[in-house]
Design a protein around this ligand. Structure first.
Ligand code: NDP
Length: 282
């Protein structure tokens, strides 16, 4: 799989998310199978957060990766904004590491911006790096103006990535945030790349442009959504599934590379932004 370099790391263009996983004992075996199917098929990158299932997603991911060589995986987790200051971040990070059964995170993200000054969060992130608890840090749900502010604080330029919502039905970042990151060689890790299975945008999976494109590649509409996100330079997609069959379908989508003509067709139903729209979040 194509890799992107950032902040001293190499990250693959596709990983798996874990929101809503690890919340039900009944589903645990299926979810473990889904994550491990991903690993067997070459997925090495996983996204999680202390928020997801109150630590349940981190615990599930820790179980899933236990039989595998940790050094070949990349784990991203996130700290709540209210824990992202000097008083709590070190303990939050320790708690995530314990739940994941690992002694370092590849990337630790500020989940969204809260009241802790960015400069304080960055100082703490740099300390976690120096302690070997994290290899790199980044942010999530920060729009262009926040990124400008981040870049201006001491060591703010060490930010590895910005994780934001992006899918065919929500293309706002193409206007300015995506170019901002591309100019700096900073990946955008796109969440909800499947628009939560189409639920975030009515008519997305059933649109004639999506169906026609799917037909062209003998692919499913879900695979086209994923290929759309990866069409842009410097994006990383982290779709989530609790089903091994769905994970197979997601990994198989990597065979689809959309063309400029495909994007033009898709843009008829879901146009690119022509003006600034504020970040979409869930
Ligand atoms: P996604 O866009 O990845 O969609 C997930 C949904 O798609 C699930 O309901 C899943 O159902 C379904 N799905 C997956 N594969 C298939 C398939 N092959 N066919 C049909 N349906 C499928 O939504 P998420 O919100 O989970 O976003 C992805 C990840 O991004 C999260 O898990 C999380 O790690 C991260 N995230 C980060 C946020 C942030 O604020 N930083 C916010 C939101 C997400 P099923 O399980 O049945 O396959």
């Amino acid at each position: 799989m194509e890799m992107l370099q950032t902040a001293g790391l190499k990250l693959p263009r596709m990983g798996l998310g874990t929101w809503y996983l690890g919340e039900s004992v009944r589903k645990e075996n299926a979810e473990l199978e889904a994550l491990r199917t991903g690993i067997e098929l070459g997925i090495t990158l996983f996204d999680t957060a202390e928020m997801y299932g109150d630590g349940g997603a981190e615990r599930l991911l820790g179980k899933a990766i236990k039989p595998y060589d940790r050094s070949k995986l990349q784990i991203v987790s996130k700290v709540y904004p209210h824990n992202a200051g000097r008083n709590h971040i070190f303990q939050s990070c320790e708690n995530s590491l314990r739940r994941l059964g690992t002694d370092y995170l590849d990337v630790y993200l500020l989940h969204w911006r809260g009241s802790v000054p960015l400069a304080e969060t960055v100082d703490c992130m740099e300390e976690l790096k120096a302690q070997g608890k994290i290899r790199a840090w980044g942010v999530s749900n920060l729009d262009t103006d926040d990124m400008d502010e981040l870049e201006a604080v001491r060591n703010g330029g060490n930010c590895a990535l910005d994780q934001v919502l992006y899918h065919l039905g929500s293309r706002g970042i193409e206007y300015d945030l995506l170019p901002w990151t591309q100019q700096r060689g900073m990946p955008v890790m796109t969440y909800c790349p499947l628009a939560q299975g189409g639920r975030l945008r009515r008519g997305l999976l059933g649109s004639s442009a999506v169906k026609k494109t799917a037909g062209k590649y003998q692919a499913t509409p879900i695979q086209i959504l994923l290929a759309f996100v990866l069409y842009q330079d410097n994006t990383i997609a982290i779709p989530r599934s609790g089903s091994a069959a769905h994970v197979r379908e997601l990994v198989d989508s990597l065979r689809v590379t959309l063309t400029a003509e495909d994007i033009a067709l898709l843009s008829k139903d879901f146009p690119a932004p022509t003006r600034k729209t504020y970040l979409d979040i869930v």
